[in-house]
Design a protein around this ligand. Structure first.
Ligand SMILES: Cc1cc2nc3c(=O)[nH]c(=O)nc-3n(C[C@H](O)[C@H](O)[C@H](O)COP(=O)(O)OP(=O)(O)OC[C@H]3O[C@@H](n4cnc5c(N)ncnc54)[C@H](O)[C@@H]3O)c2cc1C
Length: 463
């Protein structure tokens, strides 16, 4: 008996039942098929508008399961998708037909407080890792929403509240264990396969499947964090203030501005920030931001880093449809502010957000060639986040996001953060990898010449 699956679009392939049973027996984790009870839950990813139907989902329990999954996919020429936290908005961690190599059950953490390092498995979410390192008063830079996957975020770069002081997530990646397309297991570090480590720091999942990450840790005790909210009538002034203020912030204070929907259901403007250091010093740093205008709410407070990391979780609940457009914005000019505010007022869904996440300090001081993440200047990650709960509203919201991005074109840089890309074609992928694209192609030809790992923002292996 055989099972019909899609090897690549238009190329159906049959896999014998014996091969499937051998694979199932070899796995320590579960093998889910379309007839399994768990299938619909297992194929679901964070973006509810992604609806793909893989032939199998291998829920891996460790590196040996990942090796077996890669071998099974190779032997049967299957399309492979790799799932960490499942938060790719473009839906890259699930495929139609083929095999999902699901790492989400792999959640081991080993903190070494003396060396200030942590070894983390790829199924961890940000909050799960933060909680473990926080016990020791330590943290590694990740993102700003606690539910996001550590794996995909780190491999694309990882921009979060510690970027000013300690750099991006990928800058803190010391080593990784990687299962390659031929089923081998490699260590990537400064002394072994350093070219692969370079590629993992911003080149996404193109070169293999990371089964463990080793990060450096930093002391992060209490912080002054939170947000101020202003009515939309003050948004233009607030953004003008923010465009200047953000550029004066010391490394300790990382910020973002956002146009959101306030608690009273009206469109509002907010400035959010996380300031490290003793309260008296942090108070002084944050004061001008809190003193600006007449906020309708000031939610700044002393809190733990773990609390800070989940401050924005409520804005991204499970189960909604999403469509994101993004580009870097080097300077926030008055004419760009006008478009941002007009488009925020016009957003068809109260759940949608326009955000400007500031990258500065340590993250901006690394050379653009030192890691695969190329965009190393002080700038804003301009994100147009369309979000809706009713599937019938999808088109209207997607249209709004596209229109907003189009209207912002005169002000946006062509470059884009790879983890914010949708299915936008080769030119945008090249814009995401920037000047490092050629070096990434060479690495791809070395580690994955047949492009086994292509369900990502793909670097195509060609001479
Ligand atoms: C609510 C939300 C908040 C976000 N906030 C931030 C933020 O603050 N900062 C930021 O930088 N980004 C942020 N992002 C973007 C985020 O970095 C990406 O969505 C990222 O892909 C999430 O990683 P994941 O493991 O959850 O994704 P997945 O969907 O599991 O994977 C994403 C990609 O990485 C590949 N991949 C995953 N795990 C591995 C692995 N172990 N080995 C090889 N390849 C792998 C997948 O194949 C896929 O191509 C946010 C996204 C969301 C949805």
């Amino acid at each position: 008996m055989t099972s019909g699956v899609e090897a690549s679009p238009g190329a159906p392939l049959s896999v014998s039942q014996t091969a499937i049973e051998h694979f199932r027996d070899a796995l320590a984790g579960a093998l889910i098929e379309s007839r399994s009870q768990e299938y619909n839950t297992a194929r679901r990813v964070w973006n509810a508008s992604v609806d793909k139907r893989p032939a199998w989902i291998a829920q891996c329990s460790g590196a040996s399961d990942v090796v077996r999954s890669v071998q099974f996919a190779r032997e049967n020429q299957l399309v492979v998708a790799v799932r960490g936290g499942g938060h790719s908005v473009a839906g890259k961690s699930v495929c139609d037909g083929g095999l999902v190599i699901d790492l989400s059950m792999m959640k081991g953490v080993q903190v070494d407080p003396a060396r200030r390092t942590v070894i983390a498995q790829p199924g961890l979410r940000l909050g799960e890792l933060d909680r473990q390192t926080h016990v020791f008063g330590l943290a590694t830079p990740l993102g700003i929403v606690s539910d996001t996957g550590v794996a995909g975020l780190t491999l694309g770069g990882g921009l979060g509240w510690l970027n000013g002081k300690y750099g991006l997530a990928c800058d803190n990646l010391l080593s990784a264990q990687v299962v390659t397309a031929d089923g081998g297991v490699l260590t990537a570090s400064a002394v072994e396969n350093d070219d692969l480590l370079w590629g993992l720091r911003g080149g996404g999942g193109n070169f293999g499947i990371v089964t463990s990450f080793e990060f450096s840790l930093h002391p992060v005790e209490s912080i002054l964090g939170g947000m101020v909210v202003h009515p939309i009538s003050a948004a233009r002034d607030m953004l003008r203030f923010y465009s200047e203020f953000s550029t004066t912030c010391p490394d300790e204070f990382s910020t973002m501005a956002a146009l959101v929907t306030g608690p009273d259901a009206s469109v509002a403007a907010a400035m959010v920030g996380c300031c490290l250091g003793p309260t008296e010093i942090a108070d002084n740093i944050v004061r001008p931001l809190r003193a600006f205008g007449t906020p309708s709410a000031d939610l700044f407070n002393c809190m733990s880093f773990v609390e800070m990391q989940s401050l924005l979780d409520g804005a991204f609940p499970d189960g909604n449809g999403h469509y994101w457009k993004a580009s870097y914005l080097r300077r926030l000019r008055a004419d760009a502010i006008e478009v941002l505010v007009e488009q925020a007022i016009a957003k068809p869904s109260p759940l949608s957000i326009i955000a400007l996440q500031h990258m500065h300090g340590a993250a901006a001081r690394v050379s653009g060639r030192a890691t695969a993440f190329p965009h190393r200047q002080e700038q804003f990650d301009c994100l147009i986040l369309a979000q809706w709960s009713d599937p019938a509203e999808a088109n209207r919201n997607i249209e709004w996001a596209r229109e907003t991005w189009e209207r912002l074109q005169p002000f946006l840089d062509p470059s884009v953060y790879v983890n914010n890309l949708g299915d936008e074609g080769d030119a945008r992928i090249r814009a995401a990898y920037g000047a490092n694209y050629g070096q990434l192609v060479s690495l791809k030809m070395k580690f994955d010449p047949t492009n086994c790992f292509r369900q990502n923002q793909n670097v195509v292996p060609r001479a």
